[in-house]
Design a protein around this ligand. Structure first.
Ligand SMILES: Cc1cc2nc3c(=O)[nH]c(=O)nc-3n(C[C@H](O)[C@H](O)[C@H](O)COP(=O)(O)O)c2cc1C
Length: 300
């Protein structure tokens, strides 16, 4: 029997294909629909302690094989997110609560609320590249990362996933600092920009944004591969996954599950079911009983 079931980051998933944070996941109904249509789990939009409006438009600069976004972490604030989680929980599949903060205390408060709301794990956004004081500014400080992870692990009953940034000098150093987590999620977007040659100005109001989509797959693969060699911890791959072959590359580099974000803008929700079906065909053709057997096979 061919199986895509995987145990990763302290969770059992029916499928290794997970919705990435920030795409169609600020709303309980869209999260539930994505789960009903084949995703193994969803990660919520990153939620902070207070409501944030995000930046003024334009907040995205789309191109053929990539997207640059600087949304500015818009979110309703943790106290207004319980209802969305309640709706998504009706799917019966794991919901992973993504949270962002600038210090250990706020991360802890947010994580405890997410746990109370019934999520299966929390994902720490240590990696958003375009909001001052949060994300990669926190995630590039190994001492702070270690402190946040240690405190959360010591207090929470649910697994802790750390989502890391590729915008650091050494991914191995940050992977080591967060190695008490139940999983590393690699990668968030790559810091980038676009210029409009007619107005002669940067396209995004924030000037800088995060690059996602097909163009970043090689960067994501390199980060997963490096982290796999550095520590023995579950890894969730993310960045430019559009089809089963992209997903397999991440698995062979050492990821035991993967997340999909920008591809939804091209393929819609059906991308989860399509990739799962194609992965099953690949396993059958290659006489592999469980996808787990392929994790890290390309690592030398
Ligand atoms: C519009 C948009 C919003 C995003 N918002 C978040 C977010 O709130 N938290 C987070 O951790 N990552 C966020 N991301 C990053 C994605 O979760 C993912 O790490 C990245 O886009 C790479 O995967 P992809 O190429 O499949 O999109 C966002 C990405 C996009 C395109």
């Amino acid at each position: 029997m061919i199986s895509l079931t995987t145990n990763t980051g302290g969770l059992k998933l029916e499928s290794p294909a997970i919705l990435a944070s920030g795409i169609l996941d600020e709303n309980g109904y869209t999260m539930k629909r994505i789960l009903d249509e084949g995703a193994g789990a969803v990660v919520t939009k990153s939620i902070g302690t207070e409501e944030r409006n995000g930046y003024f438009s334009p907040v995205v600069a789309p191109e053929g094989s990539y997207l640059i976004n600087a949304m500015g972490l818009p979110n309703p604030g943790i106290d207004f997110f319980r209802d969305e989680i309640n709706i998504a929980l009706k799917s019966g599949k794991p919901i992973i609560g993504s949270i962002f903060a600038s210090n250990t205390d706020d991360f802890l408060k947010l994580a405890l609320k997410m746990q109370d709301y019934g999520v299966s794990a929390v994902e720490l956004n240590l990696s958003c590249p375009h909001v001052q004081g949060f994300g990669s500014e926190v995630g590039s400080d190994p001492v702070l990362v270690k402190d946040i992870v240690k405190n959360l692990k010591g207090t929470l009953k649910i697994p802790v996933w750390s989502k890391l940034s590729p915008n650091v000098t050494s991914i191995s150093e940050i992977a080591r600092a967060s190695s008490e987590s139940d999983a590393l999620v690699l990668i968030n977007t790559v810091r980038a920009m676009a210029i409009d040659v007619e107005s002669k100005r940067p396209v995004l109001t924030n000037v800088y944004g995060g690059l996602s989509g097909k163009a970043i797959k090689p960067v994501g693969l390199r980060c997963v591969y490096e982290a796999r060699k550095e520590c023995d911890i579950d890894i969730i791959g993310v960045g430019g996954i559009y089809n089963y072959r992209d997903a397999l590359e991440y698995i062979m580099a050492g990821a035991s599950a993967f997340q999909i974000g920008t591809a939804l803008m091209e393929y819609g929700r059906k991308v989860f079911g399509d990739i799962a079906m194609d992965l099953e065909s690949y396993l059958k053709k290659n006489n592999v009983a469980n996808i787990k057997e392929l994790v890290g096979v390309a690592v030398q």
